[in-house]
Design a protein around this ligand. Structure first.
Ligand code: CAA
Ligand code: NAD
Length: 284
């Protein structure tokens, strides 16, 4: 199946990154969020990164303009998806929000359109069941920051068609990524391994084993991680980290996935990491 037009739903850090890479790969992109303000923020993030690329000599000013001309923005969902061959959802990591959205995507998107979710951990089969086309629903899990990270986890739901899987794998490659197919289990592979490590790092701070700075230094200098786990948690978003841990905890019913109370406390306080200006570190 040929993909020409991609709609990206959610213009946060992941949605804007996906829209940027799709437009840089030559696709026509429609970027949507709940309000104009969010959409503008997403577009400004893309413009900023493209401008940085011009300054570094990665591409020309004309190439930057050509990429931007391929991105339309709208706060109207129906308008965003009306001509889409593929919709990629990147909204908050919450099953109710996602199933409600997929019901609408099913209603407003062309019959042939593939509906993909960038969920970090939630069951694709359950998201697909909210639509009348579960065979066209699939997980397309990009990593943050999308323009830099090579991996895309591709997750098939119970009913996902072979052709849909193949189209999405090919598309990931066209976008310069490496697709890896994984089964539909909580957290897939990436977050089943990464998030318990981050949660454990938070427990180390919670129990007074070491400060956030020292935990990060241990993992950076001792294990050669590019970012310490608490810097990474702030970068991902502490709300997203908590939602992923809750999915693992509920999905496996195993106490080893219990979210750290300190993580809960920070999210309740609105300390969501870099995106809110405060998490384990201060960003203003
Ligand atoms: N957006 C876009 N590009 C970015 C970026 C961002 N937020 N941050 C850095 N970059 C780019 C820079 O422009 C630079 O590009 P060039 O080499 O082409 O000039 C490149 O990345 C390297 O940047 P820096 O030299 O400034 O910084 P760095 O060497 O420390 O690398 C990093 C930055 C790539 C983010 C690195 O710190 C890293 O790999 N961190 C870990 C990232 C990670 O683990 N991501 C996965 C998160 S989990 C996830 O995504 C799944 C989930 O469901 C939660
Ligand atoms: P974010 O908070 O930066 O952005 C989410 C955006 O979705 C916000 O702009 C919000 O206004 C918008 N939104 C919420 N409900 C919406 C709706 N019904 N319709 C349209 N837009 C809506 O979050 P993010 O980090 O971009 O994460 C988005 C998704 O990607 C989540 O499912 C997350 O688990 C997943 N993900 C995140 C990361 C990461 O490192 N942050 C990595 C991979 C996958």
């Amino acid at each position: 199946m040929e993909i020409k037009r991609i709609a990206v739903i959610g213009a946060g850090q992941m949605g804007s990154g996906i829209a940027q890479v799709a437009a840089q790969s030559g696709f026509s992109v429609s970027l949507h969020d709940v309000a104009e303000e969010q959409v503008k923020k997403g577009l400004a993030r893309i413009e900023g990164l493209l401008e940085k690329g011009v300054a570094k000599g990665k591409w020309t000013k004309e190439e930057k303009e050509a990429v931007l001309s391929r991105i339309q923005t709208t706060a109207d969902l129906q308008e965003a998806v009306k001509d889409a061959d593929l919709v990629i959802e990147a909204v908050v990591e919450n099953m109710e929000v996602k199933t409600d959205l997929f019901r609408q995507l099913d209603q407003y998107s062309p019959k042939h359109a593939i509906l993909a979710s960038n969920t970090s951990s939630l069951p694709i089969t359950e998201i697909a069941a909210a639509t009348s086309r579960p065979e066209s629903v699939i997980g397309m899990h990009f990593m943050n920051p999308v323009p830099v990270m090579k991996l895309v986890e591709v997750i098939r739901g119970l009913a996902t068609a072979d052709e849909v899987n193949e189209t999405v794998r090919n598309l990931a490659e066209t976008m310069g990524k490496v697709p890896v197919e994984v089964n539909d289990f909580p957290g897939f592979v990436s977050n089943r391994i990464l998030m318990p490590m981050i949660n454990e790092a938070i427990y180390a701070v919670y129990e007074g084993v070491a400060s956030p700075e020292d935990v990060d230094t241990v993992m950076k200098l001792g294990m050669n991680h590019p970012m310490g786990p608490l810097t990474l948690a702030d970068f991902i978003g502490l709300d997203t980290c908590l939602y992923i841990m809750e999915t693992l905890y509920e999905g496996f019913g195993d106490s080893k996935y219990r979210p750290c109370p300190l993580l809960r406390k920070y999210v309740k306080a609105g300390w969501l990491g870099k995106k809110s200006g405060r998490g384990f570190y201060q960003y203003d």
